[in-house]
Design a protein around this ligand. Structure first.
Ligand code: SAM
Ligand code: SF4
Length: 337
């Protein structure tokens, strides 16, 4: 859908920014080994933007041409009363003022929430599922229950939601499951995206270098079983796509460490405390909570426009023996991937 306002947020490199990802909470009911330490300290609840403030900020972005919103976290579906915000944004989709509201979720709450999500106007979900083996799933998520997630996916399917599976490739952990996951996704009618571990946030005793598996290796493995043809499918996101002849489905590979995906970046990310990050891999941010609370709608709009003027050309993630420290200190759960 076109919109006469979509050209309003243009960054210094000529990229139009019409997509916002909102992390609505930093909390999660899982503790994935690559994402968080088990004893994570979360923000005091009082520091969070209220759901009304989140809605106000999204509407301000919409007035500047934003057409697509993704809610993420932490686990977005564990935020109390999150359906209020989702329904409000869904109403904007139904009215044609937004193209889409989607979520990235670990699936743990879908058994009880999938139907409500559909009714609210959500049509697609990204689900993080790193393993279909019960023990491996537990090893990765520490607190997750695979059966509950699988039941949630089934409910989501029945509710009419279209699902994409995100799988983080972890050396020595789930690296024997790629072919099985791709086959299963084909059977279920889900697209699959496999992601390299990114160096974000301290993860306690775990070492990212030990977890890191370049996707060149994943592709090599998959090509032993499947015919992968580079696809003409493009999004403004970081994935490169392949058509999978044997399943008729699509495979996405996200290789932030081995491939630069920034040229077409159309998105910004906001934390649950109102910090706007113009790049996932950089620390520069703008405090939209302060702008909104001190100067209302006008100050908020000015702060957003000023921030987009500082959107960097790209990130510089690196994992190497020399440097296994996080490239950015915040966790993925702060900006939500
Ligand atoms: N809890 C939800 C979930 O897991 O889908 C949403 C938030 S989670 C931070 C969003 C995505 O980021 C998930 O697909 C997760 O696997 C991915 N992720 C988290 N930490 C990561 C890291 N260090 N490197 C690569 N992907 C990461
Ligand atoms: Fe939670 Fe998602 Fe991070 Fe796993 S990846 S700990 S589910 S926020």
């Amino acid at each position: 859908m076109t919109n006469e306002m979509t050209t309003q947020l243009i960054d210094p490199y000529g990229r139009s920014v019409d997509y916002i990802r909102l992390s609505v909470t930093d909390r999660c009911d899982f503790r994935c080994v690559y994402c968080m330490a088990e004893d994570m300290t979360f923000l005091p609840k009082a520091d969070l933007l209220t759901l009304e403030e989140l809605e106000q900020i999204v509407k301000c972005f919409m007035s500047l041409g934003t057409r697509k919103v993704r809610l993420t976290g932490g686990e977005p579906l564990v935020r109390r009363n999150i359906m209020h915000l989702i329904s409000a944004l869904g109403a904007e989709v139904k009215a044609g003022r937004l193209d889409e509201v989607t979520l990235t979720t670990n699936g743990s709450q879908l058994g009880k929430m999938a139907h409500e999500l559909y009714e609210a106007g959500v049509r697609r979900l990204n689900i993080s599922l790193d393993s279909r083996d019960k023990d491996t799933f537990k090893d990765i998520t520490r607190w997750g229950d695979l059966d509950k997630v699988m039941a949630g996916l089934e409910t989501a399917k029945q509710a009419g939601l279209s699902l994409k599976i995100n799988m983080v490739a972890l050396k020595g952990v789930n690296d024997d499951e790629f072919a099985d996951m791709l086959r299963w996704c084909g059977d279920e009618g889900f697209d699959l995206t496999i992601i390299e571990v990114m160096p974000m946030g301290d993860i306690g005793s775990e070492n990212r270098l030990d977890q890191y598996l370049p996707l060149t290796e994943v592709r090599r493995q998959l090509e032993n079983h499947f015919t992968l043809t580079p696809s003409t499918h493009r999004t403004a996101g970081p994935a490169r796509y392949f058509d999978v002849q044997e399943t008729g489905g699509r495979l996405g590979l996200i290789t932030p460490l081995t491939h630069n995906f920034c040229e077409s970046c159309n998105r910004v990310r906001m934390t649950c405390t109102g910090e706007l990050y113009m790049c996932l891999g950089q620390d520069d941010n703008a405090n939209l909570a302060q702008a909104l609370r001190s100067g209302g709608e006008t100050a908020l709009k000015e702060a957003i426009i000023e921030a987009i003027g500082r959107k960097p050309k790209g990130h510089d993630f690196e994992i190497s023996r020399r440097n296994s420290a996080p490239a950015v200190s915040r966790h993925m759960s702060v900006t939500g991937g």
